[in-house]
Design a protein around this ligand. Structure first.
Ligand code: PMP
Length: 355
């Protein structure tokens, strides 16, 4: 057994896996999903589209219909697009394509952990640049690290997971223009900030933008979107596995993209709830929430492990991020429906008074 496992590369054996909390709770606010199910009329359209899928045939390898709809939705020409089985797959494709020589990837800290996990798995050295007191980036420090380490890729999640803040366009563009690395601007939560760097794609060859349908209501579909200059897309597309977007996802996503009003209505309901939850958390004794432009809020408490355990006992699951350093006693809660948010705030108020 020992010998067999030695066939696996050390970097992978040393990795801590990406942990997904599978605790079952009626109120699930841990994974930054959209809390609203599909409206009934859309569900009917989805069922019809699914019934027409030819499951004995491979999917369209280039997902042309879907790309056309996404091109229209994002105002990006089709040749600027590559689709992935979730944006996780696109992060992996970028890291595989750049894992030559002695590759280094630069990431802020704290940020979305899959950049580091996948980077290490495919052979990158990972350089973490701490965010400042307000969880903002220091563009000069990032540019300096890229130059010194000859980094091939930088990941900037903006709004950043798990801190929720969006880095300013000026700071991100300073990194794009000041470094030779590919700068991946991950806008997984961009729909909740209403802002995007998509208009800057054409003039910046090293800029890659990632988006996903996961946070706005379609996490089960697994559809991630990469936008970048066509020459770069052509190279990255060579890493993509054939037929990576299955027929069922292609069919359902097409229906949803043709009916974005329903989804936009849900996003418009989540944003004011985020502000309400932020204010209510701020009013709780011993709770410090951080401002968010995403669909979740990071907050600090006195004892995150204890609060997490007690919330689970009450059937409410949020993400416990407690670890030494900047996230000590920090928790992340996804903005849910008004009822779910009310239940969370009510439970927290009681638990913190009795703590
Ligand atoms: N980027 C960020 C910043 C995320 O938080 C997530 C999901 N946790 C992803 C990418 C991956 O999203 P998906 O693979 O569902 O598109």
């Amino acid at each position: 057994m020992g010998n067999t496992l030695e066939l696996i590369k050390t970097e992978i054996r040393d990795l801590l896996p990406y942990k997904i909390d599978e605790t079952c709770c009626p109120i699930k606010l841990d994974a930054n999903e959209n809390p609203y199910p599909l409206p009934d009329e859309l569900r009917e359209k989805v069922n019809k589209a699914l019934s027409e899928v030819l499951l004995n045939r491979y999917p369209d390898p280039d997902a042309r219909e879907l790309k056309g709809l996404i091109s229209h939705w994002l105002s990006v020409p089709e040749e600027f697009l590559m689709l992935g089985n979730g944006s996780d797959e696109l992060i992996q494709a970028i890291l595989i394509a750049t894992s030559w020589g002695s590759p280094t990837v630069v990431v802020p800290s704290p940020t979305f952990s899959m950049y580091k996990i996948t980077g290490l798995a495919v052979g990158h050295r990972v350089l973490e640049i701490p965010l400042d007191k307000s969880f903002d980036i220091d563009p000069a420090a990032v540019i300096d690290a890229c130059g010194r380490e000859r980094a091939k890729v930088v990941f900037l999640s903006t709004p950043n997971n798990p801190t929720g803040n969006r880095f300013s366009d000026d700071k991100v563009l300073e990194v794009v223009k000041g470094s030779h690395a590919l700068v991946v601007v991950d806008e997984a939560y961009g729909d909740f900030s209403g802002k995007t760097l998509v208009p800057y794609l054409k003039e910046n060859m090293n800029l890659i933008i990632l988006k996903t349908l996961s946070k706005i209501g379609m996490a089960g579909l697994r559809l991630g979107i990469m936008a970048a200059n066509p020459d770069l897309i052509n190279e990255l597309d060579k890493v993509r596995l054939p037929y990576n977007i299955n027929s069922l996802s292609q069919a359902v996503a097409a229906v949803l993209l043709n009916n974005m009003d329903a989804i936009n209505g849900q996003i418009d309901a989540i944003i004011p709830e985020r502000e309400r939850v932020y204010r209510a958390l701020r009013d709780l004794d011993g709770v410090t929430p951080y401002p968010s432009e995403a669909n979740f809020i990071l907050f600090k408490v006195r004892d995150a492990d204890d609060l997490h355990k007690r919330l689970v006992e009450k059937g409410i699951l949020i993400r416990n991020l407690n670890r030494p350093g900047r996230l000590e006693n920090c928790m992340r809660v996804t903005v849910g429906t008004p009822e779910e948010n009310g239940a969370l705030l009510g439970a927290m108020a009681k638990l913190l008074i009795n703590a």
